[in-house]
Design a protein around this ligand. Structure first.
Ligand SMILES: [Zn+2]
Length: 552
């Protein structure tokens, strides 16, 4: 017979079970008030409460996954995973399996980014994206990048196990970006920039040291690698609600404060300069000191000048003229200038060095570069050497969205309270000196970031370390953030349900759908919305009278 409008009868038996409280403020009462650091603290006075903190998923499994991912390397003896390398492909498969384990629909896009999406109650609503990167530097630590991916997937797994994944108000999508560090192609954000649409299709033609292009690598890995497929990766801003990212701090501030989490206010803008000093080598024994044009000594003076200006910009910068528009205070906390590579060739007649200059205030960065350049040229004139200052890279500062940051702060505070009870200190607000995928994503949507304490502020090194308990509290913070995206509106649930089924006074449910198998899984989740504190058994009876039972 035709099954187009098959009527299924559902008999539901409900059994009262003890309601598990999801209110975590109970941790704050009583005598149990552990303090930070969390390592070694006494958790919970009952097994039941500890279950609410999901240590098996958010701590043990998350840490184990980070260690597992940390072993996926292209090199023996150290961690190295660059854009679409053999190890990266193994990492993609691993992360994809974890996403599926968390109940997410997964796919790998044309730039090798791994996506895992939970549709929630309205698959057409603007999505919340949560991401970080899967690639590493050479001889990397295991947390920079993967921490943000693993924490997000773990938090979603908790929602799945709690039967809440279908109760999300908006789609949630975790993205493991294929390239942030830019090791192979010397071009950062290859993964996130494609999704944010900040880079033209010519990005496919960027080549590595051996002349192999991004397009070549994609083709080798059976991706389309056409300009059209690349441009299609860009997300429609109207389909996205926001982007959040969890990342290690890569600095020592949280550790010095004794707190595991911090909210990021913004990511510093950056300029990279290449300074070339040309002099005359002169014979070491024959040219007198008064006539020497040693570029090495001149370069040394320029480097000390750079340090002086950046340590005390107030002594060098006048706050008038073209420098108007930034506050002196904005420089004080966030200005960092460093010299990276120095080389001389041939011998010592030419010296080049690179300068990395970062601050939250783009106007102030311009003012510093203006002042620095003027004084560098003066120094070179005085020393009778020639100087050339080239701007090699510029990236504007990115401010995190204040609304998202407030929500992340609440979520972080809530996570800390869940674990440690009442806490004295507020979650601090930090600046990020390092670039992150959030910089690229800020061109697509509003962004927010959460930093996690790392030992000694060390990153990009095997010495990188995050406490197991800090991994846990980061996962709890994401979980708390996701819980604010759960629907608590009973009318909305009722409306959603009414599209599919009716319930009579005897708790008999009828549903009108084309095929029963299409609704079984869907119904399981939806019935849980109706009876979240009950144990529910469904009996499926089709129009031919056969019955199958399902216990939820
Ligand atoms: Zn990173």
């Amino acid at each position: 017979m035709a099954t187009r409008n098959m009527i299924l009868a559902f008999h539901i038996w409900t059994t009262e079970i003890e309601s598990h409280s999801r209110e975590y403020d109970s941790w704050g009462s009583g005598n149990h008030k552990p303090t930070f650091p969390l390592e070694g603290m006494e958790i919970g006075d009952t097994e039941e409460r500890e279950k609410d903190l999901f240590p098996d998923i958010l701590r043990e499994e998350a840490v184990s996954r980070l260690n597992q991912l940390g072993k996926v390397s292209d090199a023996d003896g150290h961690l190295e995973r660059t854009f679409l390398s053999p190890a990266s492909k193994r990492a993609i498969n691993l992360v994809r399996s974890w996403m599926e384990d968390a109940g997410l629909r997964t796919w790998v896009d044309q730039m090798g980014n791994v996506h895992g999406r939970a549709a929630g109650m309205n698959s057409q609503a603007e999505a919340l994206l949560i991401g970080s990167h899967l690639d590493t530097v050479i001889d990397a630590g295991i947390f920079d990048g993967p921490l943000g991916i693993v924490c997000a997937v773990s938090a979603l797994k908790v929602l799945k196990i709690s039967g809440k994944l279908g109760n999300l108000k908006r789609p949630i999508e975790v993205i493991a970006f294929s390239d942030e560090e830019g090791v192979r192609f010397q071009s950062t954000f290859l993964g996130s920039a494609a999704i944010a649409g900040t880079r033209p299709a010519s990005a496919l033609q960027i080549s590595d040291k051996s002349g192999v292009t991004v397009q070549d690598v994609l083709k080798e890995n059976s991706f389309d690698a056409t300009e059209e497929s690349y441009l299609q990766l860009k997300y429609d801003p109207r389909s996205v609600w926001g982007y959040i990212e969890v990342h290690i701090e890569q600095g020592p501030v949280l550790e010095s404060l004794g707190l595991p989490l911090g909210v990021v206010k913004g990511i510093a803008g950056q300029t990279r300069l290449k300074v070339t000093v040309r002099g005359s080598q002169g014979h070491a024994g024959t040219v007198p000191m008064s006539m020497r044009q040693d570029p090495m000594a001149a370069a040394a003076e320029l480097i000390v000048l750079l340090e002086s200006i950046c340590k005390h910009p107030e002594n060098f910068i006048s706050y008038d003229g073209h420098c108007n528009g930034f506050a002196a205070e904005s420089l004080a906390g966030s200005l960092v200038c460093t010299v990276g590579e120095i080389s001389s060739w041939p011998g010592a007649s030419n010296v080049t060095f690179t300068v990395d200059l970062r601050t939250m205030d783009d106007m102030a960065r311009e003012a510093i570069i203006f002042e620095l350049s003027n004084r560098m040229y003066q120094t070179c004139d005085r020393r009778s050497v020639s100087c050339m200052i080239e701007r090699k890279h510029d990236a504007g500062a990115v401010m995190c969205d204040t609304g998202l940051s407030s929500e992340l702060k609440l979520a972080a505070n809530s996570a800390l309270k869940r674990i440690a009870g009442e806490i004295q200190d507020e979650v601090p607000v930090l600046m990020s000196g390092a670039g992150h995928d959030a910089m690229a994503m800020s061109h697509l949507t509003k962004v927010g970031m959460l930093f996690v304490r790392c030992r000694g502020g060390i990153s990009h090194s095997p010495g990188e370390h995050v406490l197991d308990d800090d991994v846990w509290v980061a996962g709890l913070a994401i979980l708390a953030f996701l819980e604010t995206n759960l629907s608590s509106d009973p009318d909305m649930k009722a409306n959603l349900l009414s599209n599919y089924l009716t319930i009579d006074q005897d708790r008999r449910i009828s549903i009108s759908m084309q095929y029963s198998f299409m609704v079984t899984k869907y119904l399981s989740e939806r019935v849980m919305l109706l009876c979240p504190t009950k144990s529910v058994q469904l009996a499926f009876q089709n129009s031919r009278g056969s019955i199958s039972a399902k216990h939820i």
